[in-house]
Design a protein around this ligand. Sequence first.
Ligand code: PNS
Length: 161
Amino acid sequence: MRTILYPGSFDPVTNGHIDVALRASSIFDRVVIAVAANAEKSPLFTTEERMELLRSACRDVRNIEISHFNGLLVNALEKFDASAVIRGLRAVSDFEYEFQMALMNRGLNEKCETLFMMPSPEYSYVSSRLIKEIAKCGGDVSSFVPPVVAEAMRRKFGRAS
Ligand code: PNS
């Protein structure tokens, strides 16, 4: 049984994240999507809310599990009994940060391998940061996020988004 760990802030999960998770689920036996509970100091959604949105968005995929972790990613890898970490690479601009993180994680634990997957090009410009900015300003984010997330954004900002 090969488990892959897909960590991130997922604040909130976007269609790009889901695309990567689905691709991973078609290759690996088990995909654990793990929300980093302490990655950002003031996330828009709580850890539990982010997990619930992920659960709703992935509920039809039998080999995807939703969880969370505190502290270092290399420790989470062992906790979830995962063989490697998977991360999405949208564009060259993601590369430097991801490269640094992958090698730093390997420096902390030489068994920590990171695999990269490219989401579909239609999601190459979608980011959680921009989704929050657009929703906050009253824009429509429904083409970029699962319906349950669009609804949660509407509730969060108290108007159509
Ligand atoms: O979705 P994000 O914000 O790009 O995810 C980044 C995340 C959560 C994967 C990264 O910040 C992380 O692994 N945080 C856990 C703490 C840790 O291990 N930091 C050292 C990374 S080299």
